[in-house]
Design a protein around this ligand. Structure first.
Ligand code: C2E
Ligand code: MG
Ligand code: MG
Length: 744
């Protein structure tokens, strides 16, 4: 915008100066100029010359006859005439060019006219100065040439400089750069013009008509051949330019193609890089997944084993680098999964994992080995006591209750600790021992235990026991002992508690306290209980069939917690009754209090269903399992068995009998019958009788006996209480009784 304004201002200034020059020329033109021959020159200049102009190749300048005519006008008619003629010629040339479609900008035609008027005026002034100091005779050819030279050079310099002033404004090139590249070639047109003017001057001055015709003819031919050459040059240039343009176009296309190719290449490189990144990422993710537990993000068994492997090697090389392995197992995690679902189970595992991580050092490693099993490597621990301390801290922290989806969750763990030892060759060795310690802690209910060699021996025995127990039924090593359940009111026998015995072929009789936990843990308790149910029902049916007096006898069978949580228990019971042809009321199932309370809702459910089959239910070992009274009254038990520890702790004179009293009155309130276990002394018996206990079981009346002995006792006794025996009961002679024994 600003440049446009500058250009316009310059044009106006040039136009004003040009107008001034023209006015000056018009005022000073000599009157004798207007002769016919001048008018002829004028007409030729205005009408013919612009049409004969030749554009110089690669130049803004045009060779016209006008230059020649203007120089001729200088020589013949003077400078003023030349100024007017030049201006008119310019006007005519511009109009001709415009008619040919060339566009002139605003004020450009008057500007061009003014430029030529100004340059011709300046040329005229320079020429005037030149002729003032030199006496020129135009008839003298060297003088004529000098004159024409002065005119041509001045005209060229002035017009080309003026033109060069306007171009830089447009082209943003420097003034001299424009003059050199775009205006200098106009010197050619000036020289040609001045040469032509010299010839014409000579012709006008000296030639006759013949010479003139010949000369004009010659000039015409020269013009035509020059025009031809120019046109050829122009054509060649045009062709060269076209070829250049085509070349440039081809190069441009090639460049575009190359750029496209480069773009595609960079695209595909980018894609490849992305693919590589994705691959690297997936490799990393794969490596991470291979070494981490997906749920808790802790190290997995593989990573844990690898670390342990290295630590074992380090310890062998340098015993200073000691470490401890903690094996952790969540107590009754299966119950959480079964009762609250696996989603909650997963969340519990995540919370527990976080708690473990919080309690150990950064240098320690926490891993999830699978399921609810975790392991920790403790480093930089100076003694086993310190390791136990960490374990206790974990026990305490993990047992803090938390809420998940509106469930209050209580978690506890069992921890086994194994110190590093040179005897360990593989990670599995040390993990196995930590596991053994964990099992010991679980069994003893002590939370955490440190591995010792004795524990291993015990464990191996247990493993052996489990393996032998698997074959115990088929090898007929299992048998039942029966312990009478006696009415404390009248000394009659109510029935028997069936107690399992294992007659091991090498180890002899094994106590149930030793093998029942093994059976429970291994799950073998279920097939064993099925066998017990069938065996005892069959035995009772046999006793019942033997005499009408025994038809009300019952048998009490202990049911383990594992079997209770199995829905098939009901079928197993019904099947045993059916096989023996026994009425359901004759069978009583004993469930230990701690088991009954473990999963109270489930116990209520299954016991209610069991009750519907008609069997009786007894709550065993009452007082050891922290019963909740609110649950107790919902459990459909018929009898409550007082644990023998309460009976045992009562003194000779009835000391410590308060708990017994409480339990008896509680059972009465709950409308349950009471059986007292472990009656060994008469004072215990008397107290229980005094408290109103319904039934009793104990060595005082009878020890658990094999079926044959139980049968014998059944026939020997009609009354089972010792004081009765002494006071009321006439013991028949054993031999005479033996004769009357029914055959079973
Ligand atoms: P329990 O069900 O409470 O059985 C009573 C235990 O007390 C029996 O021990 C019995 O021999 C013992 N006992 C009875 N009277 C006296 C006494 O006056 N003094 C003393 N010191 N003990 C007395 P046993 O037979 O060793 O059984 C121990 C436990 O093993 C049972 O306790 C029961 O929990 C379990 N058990 C025994 N047989 C079976 C069975 O067939 N199935 C299941 N699941 N558990 C069984
Ligand atoms: Mg029992
Ligand atoms: Mg008991």
């Amino acid at each position: 915008m600003k440049e446009q304004q500058t250009t316009n201002h310059s044009k106006i200034i040039v136009i004003l100066i040009g107008f001034f020059c023209l006015a000056y020329a018009a005022l000073n033109v000599s009157s004798n100029t207007l002769e016919w021959n001048f008018l002829l020159v004028l007409a030729f200049t205005v009408f013919v010359s612009p049409r004969l102009s030749l554009a110089l190749p690669r130049s803004y300048f045009i060779v016209t006859f006008s230059d020649a005519l203007i120089y001729l006008a200088f020589l013949v008619y003077g400078g003023e005439t030349a100024i007017i003629l030049a201006s008119l010629e310019m006007l005519a040339s511009c109009l001709v060019m415009r008619s040919k479609g060339i566009n002139f900008g605003r004020l450009m035609i008057p500007t061009n006219i003014s430029i030529i008027a100004i340059s011709t005026t300046i040329t005229y002034l320079v020429w005037l100065i030149a002729i003032k100091y030199n006496q020129f005779d135009f008839d003298h050819t060297p003088h004529l040439i000098v004159n024409l030279g002065v005119l041509a050079i001045t005209q060229f310099l002035v017009s080309s400089f003026l033109a060069a002033i306007f171009h830089p404004i447009k082209n943003k090139k420097g003034f001299f750069e424009t003059w050199r590249t775009e205006c200098f070639t106009s010197s050619m047109s000036q020289l040609v013009g001045c040469g032509l003017a010299g010839i014409l001057y000579k012709l006008f001055s000296y030639a006759d008509i013949f010479t003139t015709v010949i000369s004009i003819f010659g000039l015409g031919i020269a013009y035509l051949s020059y025009r031809q050459s120019i046109s050829e040059i122009n054509q060649a240039i045009a062709q060269a330019e076209q070829a250049e343009r085509e070349k440039a176009e081809t190069e441009r296309e090639k460049r575009i193609e190359v750029e496209k190719y480069a773009e595609r290449l960079s695209d595909s490189l980018k894609k490849e890089e992305n693919a590589n990144n994705a691959l690297r990422k997936s490799q990393k993710a794969f490596q991470h997944a291979a070494l981490h537990d997906s749920l808790t993000n802790l190290a997995n068994r593989q990573q844990f084993t690898e670390i342990l492997h290295k630590l074992i090697g380090d310890f062998k090389a340098n015993p200073e680098t000691s470490f401890y392995i903690l094996f952790l197992d969540i107590r009754r995690f299966k119950d959480i999964n079964d009762s609250l679902g696996h989603t909650i189970g997963d969340k519990v595992l995540m919370i527990v994992a976080k708690r473990f991580l919080r309690l150990v050092q950064k240098t320690d490693t926490v891993a999830r080995l699978g399921g609810d099993e975790f392991a920790i490597i403790l480093r930089n621990i100076p003694s086993v006591n310190k390791a136990l301390k960490v374990a206790r801290r974990i026990l305490q922290s993990v047992s803090q209750p938390f809420s998940l989806s509106e469930n209050r969750i209580f978690i506890s763990v069992n921890i086994g600790i194994a110190p590093c030892d040179v005897e360990y060759e593989t990670p599995e060795d040390i993990l196995r021992d930590a596991d053994i310690a964990m099992h010991y802690a679980k069994e003893k209910g002590i939370g955490a235990a440190v591995f010792t060699k004795e524990l291993r021996t015990r464990f191996l025995e247990r493993v052996q026991l489990e393996s032998d127990l698997r074959h115990a039924i088929e090898r007929q090593e299992l048998l039942m002992h029966y312990q009478p359940l006696i009415s404390l009111k009248d000394g009659s026998i109510m029935g028997f508690e069936a107690l399992l015995r294992w007659q091991h072929r090498e180890l002899g009789m094994i106590s149930p306290a030793k093998f029942i936990p093994v059976a429970e843990e291994s799950g073998l308790i279920i097939p064993i209980t099925i066998w017990i149910l069938q065996e005892t029902c069959r035995q009772l049916a046999e006793w019942q069939r033997a005499s009408p007096a025994y038809q009300k006898l019952i048998v009490s069978v202990n049911i383990s917690g594992k079997h209770l949580s199995n829905d098939e228990l009901i079928d197993d019971v019904e099947q045993a009754l059916e096989l023996a042809g026994l009425s359901p009321q004759s069978l009583k199932l004993e469930i230990t209090e701690s088991v009954a309370m473990e999963n109270a809702e489930h116990t209520i459910d299954i016991l209610t269903r069991l009750k519907r089959t008609g069997v009786q239910l007894s709550l065993d070992d009452f007082g050891t399992g922290y019963s909740s009274l609110s649950i107790l009254h919902r459990l459909p038990f018929d009898t409550l068995k007082i644990d023998r520890s309460f009976v045992y702790s009562v003194g000779e004179n009835g000391e410590n009998s308060e708990i017994l009293q409480t339990i008896v009155s509680l059972a009465k309130n709950l409308k349950m019958k009471i059986i007292a276990e472990g009656i060994e002394t008469e004072s215990q018996l008397s107290l229980l009788q005094f408290l109103g206990c319904d039934f009793g079981q104990g060595y005082l009346m009878a020890k658990p006996q094999p079926k044959e002995e139980a049968t014998r006792m059944l026939y020997q006794r009609t009354h089972w209480l010792p004081n009765y025996e002494k006071e009321n009961f006439n013991v028949r002679e054993k031999d005479s009784l033996d004769d009357n024994l029914p055959v079973f």
